[in-house]
Design a protein around this ligand. Structure first.
Ligand SMILES: Cc1cc2nc3c(=O)[nH]c(=O)nc-3n(C[C@H](O)[C@H](O)[C@H](O)COP(=O)(O)OP(=O)(O)OC[C@H]3O[C@@H](n4cnc5c(N)ncnc54)[C@H](O)[C@@H]3O)c2cc1C
Length: 495
């Protein structure tokens, strides 16, 4: 079978491939790029608006990004780097809005204050200290803190209604937080790409196998899911942006760097309320503390969401046990991913995380009343009949060998790249879509290092992301100018 030659093959039509495609086309409009997506739409897995929480993760409200050690020390480094990475994302989106490549910001990002809310003396003390540490840094200088019930009632009326009098409560608030419809963003990016020369989109096409040829190019077999016909691509570079499907494809690539990786899938569900009289009483994201024993991705939060322009409230996520790697995947995904080289780390993770597995199974079987009872920690007046359960996307957490060769479960995102730079895969799901731009810049630096070093690409990167090559964590003045532009262009300032 003759193969179609392309410079770049993007596998999967989620936010990651779309972002990488946009960056590459901005850097070199002549590059030939093909995107293949197994479903008949792009952005219908984790990237879809209802499949994720749409939090523009900036470390403002997510308490798990500032862990507290047993001796009471709070570490803020992760929150600083996530915040700086989100600023990189906001800069690229600002550029695309200014160039009219993306539509009006409200079609995909909306200002939504980010708040953390805690109750009880111990957690109030934690939040007070967290605020002291974060607000001393320029990235978080605008974070407000209060222990006053009256102030909190103004910030989050639904949360404070009918709350027990005299209970210690505290909250932090950052006005310029955001709610992002990553589905809309991605559909807009892909629809722009399809208007460009040398870009092809193949929907309902699934990658079945990939093999590195002697000529150094990847031979990729793709099946048309509607006609059953097979096509072959010969690609100089392959990006596996297949979400939960990236791990099985990485295993098929057989690159040395894939050895030892496994996946631990976690499903998710939300309670959703679309009743206008309730929705209009809440205009923020309110994050709490994860219950003891719960994994970091099940930190509960009550959020305003704006999806396809329509406001709604979302509470969750309720994590659950699954063996599927994709929402529209197979129950055999987990078992098929067990290979001789990862069986030991996977078994070790299974053994060491029995509590987590038990927790996920018990979460899966919770009743509607139990779920609404958790919601009442955030919205004491919630009524069961106003909320419905909706399935979210899948997160495949990374299992990898640690230094001693044992298995370790990780909750972050990781890029695994072949050392010759001909293939890269994105594994993991947190902080996820918010850091897509920085993650894809990392792919460019590792896999297109020669071209990224040229004066042309360096200059172009500075136009796309003005802070490129500098540190927003260290440079307060740079952050000030960057944030001034992004908040204005993306209309993220609340009146
Ligand atoms: C419950 C939940 C809440 C989240 N909340 C947030 C949040 O608040 N903020 C945030 O920033 N991030 C959040 N995330 C993470 C975020 O959604 C993901 O990191 C991001 O959407 C991943 O994008 P992706 O492009 O890698 O994968 P996906 O969006 O999953 O896209 C992968 C695509 O690849 C396709 N595919 C798979 N296999 C193949 C194949 N063999 N051939 C061709 N195509 C294939 C799939 O059909 C899919 O369309 C959340 C995720 C979940 C599940």
């Amino acid at each position: 079978m003759t193969a179609k030659d392309v410079d770049v093959l993007l596998v999967g039509g989620g936010v990651m491939s779309a972002t990488l495609g946009m960056l590459l086309k901005q850097l070199d409009p002549n590059m030939t790029i093909t995107l293949v997506e197994r479903l008949d739409h792009v952005a219908h897995e984790s990237t879809d608006g209802w499949n994720n929480a749409g939090t523009g993760h900036a470390g403002y409200c997510e308490l798990n990004y500032t862990p507290e050690s047993d001796d009471g020390n709070i570490t803020i480094n992760r929150a600083l780097s996530i915040n700086a990475n989100f600023e990189v994302t906001l800069q690229f989106w600002s550029y695309l809005v200014e160039q009219k490549i993306l539509p009006a910001p409200s079609k995909f990002i909306n200002p939504t204050a980010h708040q953390s809310f805690v109750w009880g003396e111990k957690d109030v003390a934690f939040l007070r200290k967290r605020h002291e540490l974060l607000s001393a840094h320029h990235l978080f200088a605008e974070m407000q803190y209060s222990e006053s019930a009256e102030q909190l009632a103004e910030w989050m009326p639904l949360v404070m209604q009918q709350r027990q009098d005299g209970q210690p409560v505290a909250a932090t608030r950052v006005e310029h937080g955001s709610d992002v419809d990553f589905g809309s963003l991605t559909r807009n990016m892909v629809s722009h790409l399809t208007t460009q020369d040398n870009f092809d989109l193949h929907l309902s096409h699934a990658v079945k196998s990939l093999r590195k040829g002697k000529n150094g190019r990847w031979r990729v077999i793709v099946k048309d899911e509607q006609s059953g016909e097979e096509k072959t691509f010969s690609a100089g570079f392959v990006f596996l942006g297949a979400g939960g499907g990236s791990l099985p494809l990485l295993q098929k690539s057989n690159i040395e760097e894939s050895q030892g990786y496994g996946g631990f899938p976690v499903s998710g569900q939300w309670l959703v309320c679309k009743k206008p009289e309730i929705v209009q009483q809440h205009h923020s994201k309110v994050y709490g503390k994860a219950p003891v024993g719960a994994p970091p991705m099940s930190v509960p939060h009550l959020d305003t969401r704006i999806i396809n322009g329509k406001p709604a409230l979302l509470f969750g996520p309720f994590a659950g046990f699954t063996t599927k790697f994709l929402k529209k995947g197979s129950v055999f995904d987990l078992f098929s991913s067990v290979k001789p080289y990862n069986v030991a780390p996977m078994m070790a993770v299974g053994r060491d995380n029995m509590d987590l597995t038990r927790y996920l199974i018990s979460e899966s079987f919770q009743s509607h009343s139990n779920r609404v009872a958790s919601l009442r920690n955030f919205f004491p007046d919630a009524k069961e009949e106003d909320w419905t359960l909706q399935n979210a996307g899948m997160r495949v957490q990374i299992i990898k060998k640690d230094a001693k060769g044992h298995g370790k479960l990780e909750f972050g995102t990781e890029i695994v790249a072949a050392k010759d730079g001909s293939l890269a895969a994105l594994l993991g799901a947190s902080p996820g879509a918010s850091t897509a731009v920085q993650a894809m810049i990392d792919v460019l630096e590792r896999c297109f290092s020669g071209r990224m070093a040229t004066p042309q690409w360096q200059a172009r990167m500075k136009e796309l992301v003005p802070s490129y090559g500098q540190s927003l964590v260290d440079d307060a003045e740079l952050l000030r100018t960057v944030r001034e532009r992004t908040l204005t262009t993306l209309e993220l300032r609340r009146d």
